[in-house]
Ligand binder design. Structure first.
Ligand code: AMP
Ligand code: ZN
Length: 460
């Protein structure tokens, strides 16, 4: 049975199949911007994409899937961070790339087969080549300052993915919101392919397309060029979080299809966002978590992965620390279940799990089906069949992934209450709760974006 997945462009749920005669499925997933630690919302998107990768491998064979995920290592955010810290851009992006790799590994995400960097000179050349073709074909023009813009009016199908034209009529000017450098453009909806060098870019610059000067690529062209260079002009699937649908993916389609004269991606998939305590994550609300924040609270990466998979990927998922507690106990149940299986077992009751996953990644249905089986409990189940389920979901049940300090639920609840009191600036309540925690043998260390709980070392 083939995997069926919602396609954001046709708005239909369609089977995923490789188009090319070599049978290789070409899959491009927009990667992280490496200027800080990725947050757990970013990891929802990467874990969902990892699930997709695993299901494709099970379906087509591991050697028939080519998964590319880029690193955005040159853009406004990375350059600003390098300037603020007075460090070379490459030093900053290397640091956060390493951190991203470590977190992905902890979350048991398979590494992509290729991970191109936008600032790699090889891919800068590919980006410049694409821009030159677009200029020759009349889809792009040079502005007075040496920047190059894509001419949206030259591509009549612009807006097919996001229906931005319809939306613009409805809500005023959606396009204007993205017109950061409107003064140089012929039309407010045009977007930058090449950004002429500015003093604040420092030494971040490369020779530009013919007839322009030094500068750096715009964000959108990065993915179009890296995807083409590695996977060819037409790919089978392109994915990202829902915020990338417009303008990023709309612009990628316009650039790639005008340059290559062919369909860019046969299927588009966007997963929904993670909310924390019902709200969009933000530093100012104090609800932005990284994997390290959760580890400091004693949770395991496996529990985060389980939580991120617990809701349907095309629906917003509300993350709470309670959901992580529930995930730890679900993992404990799965460990106990596995320990009951014997090599003599031959039953494979897991087909309903795969049926759910293949039906537009219905992870909630799959986990429900898994626990129906686990609660029935039978030792005659095949170990290999259960391992196949664990592989598909990417759940690592080894004890080393279990939390190191087992924080009792009542202590975790006290800590949460105290943190909430502190956020609400009710310092008297916060101090009283800190004393309660200390009396129970726990110390709570406040940090900028969260806290750490530690058992107080007993004297003697
Ligand atoms: P970025 O590093 O900002 O380029 O984002 C990396 C990926 O995370 C993109 O696919 C985004 O769409 C996705 N993303 C950003 N915020 C969230 C969120 N709150 N929930 C889920 N995915 C997100
Ligand atoms: Zn991208």
């Amino acid at each position: 049975m083939a995997i069926k997945l919602h396609d954001s462009l046709s708005r239909e749920t369609r089977e995923l199949r490789p188009a090319q005669p070599d049978g290789i499925f070409r899959f491009y997933n927009c990667g992280p911007t490496v200027y800080a630690a990725a947050h757990i919302g970013n990891f929802r998107t990467f874990v969902v994409n990892d699930l997709l990768r695993r299901l494709l491998e099970l379906e087509l064979g591991a050697d028939k899937v080519k998964h590319v995920r880029n690193l955005t290592d040159v853009d406004d955010k990375t350059i600003r961070r390098s300037r603020e810290e007075g460090r070379p851009l490459a030093e900053v992006t290397c640091q956060w790339t390493e951190k991203f790799h470590a977190d992905c590994k902890a979350l048991n995400c398979l590494p992509p087969h290729e991970e191109p960097r936008a600032a790699d000179p090889k891919y800068i050349r590919e980006q410049v080549n694409m821009i030159e073709v677009l200029m020759e074909k009349g889809n792009a023009y040079r502005a007075a300052d040496g920047s190059v813009y894509f001419k949206v009016s030259s591509y009549p199908d612009y807006g097919a993915l996001s229906r931005v034209k319809e939306r613009e009529l409805q809500v005023g000017s959606a396009l204007k919101a993205h017109a950061a450098d409107a003064d140089e453009k012929e039309d407010v909806s045009d977007f930058a392919l090449w950004k002429a060098h500015k003093p604040e870019d420092g030494d971040v610059k490369w020779p530009g397309p013919r007839g322009t000067g030094e500068g750096r690529p715009g964000w959108h062209i990065e993915c179009s060029a890296m995807s083409k260079a590695i996977l060819g002009p037409t790919i089978d699937l392109h994915t990202g979080g829902v915020d990338l649908l417009f303008p990023h993916h709309e612009n990628e389609i316009a650039q790639s299809q005008c340059c290559n004269g062919t369909t860019f991606s046969r299927h588009w998939y966007h997963s929904e966002h993670l909310l924390v305590d019902g709200k969009k994550m933000s530093k100012s609300l104090g609800n932005l978590y990284t994997l390290d924040d959760l580890k400091a609270k004693g949770f395991s990466p496996a529990a985060l992965r389980y939580t991120l998979l617990s809701g349907h990927p095309r629906k917003q998922l509300n993350f709470t620390l309670d959901s992580l507690h529930a995930a730890e106990s679900a993992l404990k149940t799965l460990r106990a279940f596995r320990s009951q299986l014997t090599p003599a077992g031959t039953d494979d009751p897991f087909a309903p799990i795969f049926a759910s996953l293949q039906d537009d990644l219905n992870t909630a249905g799959a986990l429900g089906a898994l626990f129906t089986i686990v609660n029935r409990g039978t030792a005659s189940i095949s170990v290999a069949a259960f391992e196949r389920v664990l592989f598909a979901l990417g759940l690592d049940l080894t004890e080393s992934t279990a939390p190191k300090t087992d924080i009792p639920a009542d202590i975790a609840a006290l800590a949460e209450k105290r943190w909430a009191a502190k956020q609400a600036r009710d310092f008297a309540a916060a101090d009283a709760l800190r004393k309660d925690l200390a009396a129970a043998g726990w110390s709570m260390l406040d940090r900028k974006d969260g806290y750490e709980l530690k058992p107080v070392a007993s004297s003697g």
